[in-house]
Design a protein around this ligand. Sequence first.
Ligand code: SF4
Length: 678
Amino acid sequence: GRPWDVTKVQTTCPFCGTGCNFDLNVKDGKVIGVTSNPNAPVNGKALCVKGRFGMDMIYSQNRLTTPLIRKEGVLVPAEWDEALDLVAKKFREIKDNYGANALAALSSAHCTNEENYLMQKFMRAVIGTNNIDHCARVCHAPTVAGLAVSFGSGASTNSFNEIPDAKVMFVIGANPTEAHPVVGTKMKQALAKGAKLIVADPRKIELAEGSDLWLRLRPGTDVALINGIMNIILANGWEDRSFIEKRTEGFEKFRENLENYPPEIVSQLTGVPVEQLIEAARIYATAERAMIFYTLGITEHTTGTDNVMSLANLAMLTGNVGKTYSGVNPLRGQNNVQGSCDMGALPGDYPGYQKVVNPEVQKKFEEAWGVALSPNVGLMLPDMFPAAINKDLHAMYIMGEDPVVTDADANHVRRGLESLDFLVVQDIFMSETAKMADVVLPGASFAEKTGTFTNAERRIQMVNQAIQPISNAKTDGEILCELANRMGYPFSYNSSAEIMREVARLTPLYGGVTHERLGTQGLQWPVPTLEHPGSKVLHQETFSRGKGIFMAISYQEANELPDEQYPFLLSTGRKLSHYNVFTQNSEALDSYSPEELAEINPLDAERLGVEDGERVKVTSRRGELETKIQITDRVPSGIVFMTFHYMETPTNVLTNGASDKVSKTYEYKTCGVNLTKI
Ligand code: SF4
């Protein structure tokens, strides 16, 4: 080809839930680069380093190029037919011997909506179980559960394009400039226009430095902090009485509970000075409108759902929901974690959060799919590994997830997977979990397929195929169709557009969505009909549940705090240039930050007698590892901060498998560790 024979294919970024669009530049059937697309609905020309430079990942040496079958203990290359026949045969045998509930699957927040739809349909209609879950369980399940209780809909209330004109932003347990960089950029635009910013975070993140007020709370004290702020709001008469009366219920019990959180007590619990609590209450509550943003610093606690409902309480107390420049806005982590929840990759929900325990819903899906369906809620992800150890679960089918690296108490996860009779892993890379599989199936990357992703502001956007699947890989959708057909339940779809038409027929939230309508700008759900323009702001006239409900929530300590044996508190989070572990497959991104650098405070470094860049051993009750350290006052004394981006430093062997009582999300954000000089 000639240098000017470059095709540009608009598509959606495969990394974070911001949902930026850009053009893949394709020449001679190969992606040669990325350029901004000025018409991108969320990001315009802006892109972060991951979207801009991470595409070499498509051609990583670590890509799986052919199916693999374990023979005499070793994974060896196989033909597709042999691998798929074997998977179908084993799934059928296990179902015949132990029943459908002896199988479970993990779907993927990296795959398209259409593929997630097929995966949950495969488990429900073909296998006959609701044992289907995915990584939302370990990140934003408290959002789905908590906002569903408070508002009736477990999703972000507002839109990203409001941010540059926000007047007040309250960012708690989120680090947008690193984890959702284009959202971070929009926040900086708002600051430049005079917006006020409150940051609540134990770490001095970049936004904290530019904020009007930084609340350095103790990890895991969010409920106490928010209750304290609300106590002050009521004491000063800063609440929105007319909103409370017209739009909410449960206020009286909620108000009584807040009496237990006077500023002095809250200050002791959280470590935040009383004056700062008062200032936060004043800035947030007296503004005409204020937006709340949060992410995993709120959800990844044993009180995750309580934390989310506390933020919903705060927004309702001040009337800051149901209108622009306000709301409760969870920044969903992965590119399509919103969509994989929407598509029913959850053990209790069909697509569109229609409940498996509702007989009418069950009947609707039985009629549509032509098979009897299970009325029982399936296993949640954290329950799958103990079920495997107990021999209740015999096979797992894991698509596009790497729980051995990403789940808390990783050694326990490994033991669970080792106990299975049969493990199938479908991925684009040879992940740590794939290394344990009996059969490995090579999937195709986002550049190799057409479908849709749904971003953190509920915007459903096109993913457009730019190149053919590399080597012998197949799209996840194609693999699922071939498996279903082999198991005697035909999946016959000619295109992913056809799958979306089936989704729309069965899912009121997506009722008016077609690939044609999404075009270059996408649509924000709910989109109930073909004429409906989509929804920028939720809960405008009424809440999805009718009235919003105040919940009386009490503060509870984290499950594991530092003690004599493990005197440091370990907290985890993300870094700008990486996304979980799989960006290690991009040489460009990995070269920005090639290794783990555990952050410790200068006082602690002095006590331990370690210098910047030296290595330490970190141990917890569950495991140990060695890591290089960085000495910085970003973290307070007594706290160690690590990422989870490096296979060779698997932080999750340390983290605590204790989980939120409602959503079963692990408490990644606090556990006790010890540090020793090597
Ligand atoms: Fe991709 Fe997120 Fe970066 Fe946008 S902000 S380019 S969606 S990783």
